[in-house]
Design a protein around this ligand. Structure first.
Ligand SMILES: [Zn+2]
Ligand SMILES: [Zn+2]
Length: 361
């Protein structure tokens, strides 16, 4: 079975033939249909964040069909269509009980194993690390990571809900709770940023100001619903936001992952406004803001996975898609076989794609 394996951050990712053990109690084997190339996958390759586990089967955004269930599995059965969730949603820990399954304490993403420590992928008998391993023809995950979905939406596109849409739309609706008529700035219009724009549209924000350095992304943000576009390679985003909003936005979302751009987002908001850090910060990165503006009722907010409640949120997001109110097809700007994983990362770095979806045919 083919899988995209990272063995060394210098040599990058290679497609390898690997073996996958059968699902055990509480586990499910899923045949992948679509997998999105997220910047967080590349962060691992580039070293922007340090997970340090190699050899590692990449991928955390994906959708597929259940092929086999282990004993005790009750919420899915073979043939079901599923999206993989980033979070364990165990349903038993404090955060799950508090309605915050994105912070589930059973969380194992980043540990590279199934809950309990098992590693079902092997190569020549040697275990490989993996979290969700969506960049493989098949994967085995704990049941609680799966969300069963309606069968009448294209499964390959539905994968985008699993990370990019949940993170971006969720940051706006679940975490920041943007009110109707608010002014919203989005700094960084990649796969997640485009979904922050989309979330702002769903929240009925008034002015939606997209900031990026790539014209193609600004054009797409406009087509998704941004009302103003700022090319940060040509003009000062903070100065321009102040002009457009007459003194600052209500919300500014940083969707890149740098302390400098979080600061820029903070500088875009008015007294009482909220700066939301959506991008993954670099290892060791510290965010700082000036004290006096913060004193004026401004808020700096982090958000992980759009405060997502996958079993609640994925179904309504797909309902919105099915009725034309949520865009997925437009976001999947490129479809490639998984063999072209490195080309997809190249596209991402050149800024010529918003999201590449891998297929496994
Ligand atoms: Zn992601
Ligand atoms: Zn939990």
């Amino acid at each position: 079975m083919r899988a995209a394996v990272l063995r060394d951050q210098k040599t990058g990712v290679r497609i390898e033939q690997v073996d996958l053990e059968k699902p055990r109690e509480g586990e499910v084997r899923v045949q992948m249909v679509g997998a999105g190339a997220c910047h967080s996958d590349y962060h691992r390759v580039s070293g922007h964040v340090e997970f340090g586990l190699v050899p590692y089967v990449l991928g955390h955004e994906g959708s597929g069909v259940v092929r086999e269930v282990g004993s005790g599995v009750t919420t899915v059965e073979p043939g079901d269509h599923v999206i993989l969730s980033l979070t364990a949603q165990c349903g038993r820990c404090r955060n799950c009980h508090a309605g915050r399954p994105n912070l589930c304490e059973w969380w194992v993403l980043g540990k590279g194993t199934l809950p309990g420590g098992r590693r079902p992928f092997t190569k020549d008998g040697v275990p490989l690390y993996a979290d969700l391993a969506t960049f493989a023809e098949e994967t085995v995950v704990a049941e609680s990571y799966l969300v069963k979905i309606r069968k009448d939406v294209p499964l390959a596109k539905a994968c985008l809900i699993g990370c990019g849409v949940m993170t971006g739309v969720g940051a706006v609706l679940n975490r920041a709770k943007v009110e109707t008529g608010s002014t919203v700035v989005v700094i960084g219009c990649g796969g997640v940023g485009m979904n922050v724009v989309q979330g702002a549209v769903l929240a009925n924000a008034g002015k939606i100001i997209a900031v990026d350095k790539v014209k193609f992304k600004l054009d797409m943000a406009h087509s998704i619903g941004a009302t103003h576009m700022i090319d940060a390679s040509k003009e000062d985003p903070v100065k321009r936001v102040m002009e457009i909003t007459d003194g600052g936005a209500d919300y500014a979302f940083e969707v890149i992952g740098f302390p400098q751009t979080v600061r820029q987002a903070f500088d875009c908001i008015r007294p009482g406004g909220t700066c939301v850090m959506v991008g993954v910060p670099p290892k060791g990165g510290e965010v700082s803001v000036p004290g006096m503006p913060l004193f004026w009722d401004r808020t700096v907010m982090g958000t992980f996975y759009g405060a997502g409640r996958p079993r609640t949120d994925f179904p309504w997001m797909l309902d919105l898609y099915a009725s034309g109110r949520l865009k997925l097809d437009e976001l999947a700007t490129k479809v490639r076989p998984i063999e072209e994983v490195n080309q997809a990362f190249d596209d991402m770095n050149k800024g010529v794609t918003v999201r590449t979806v891998f297929t496994f045919g």
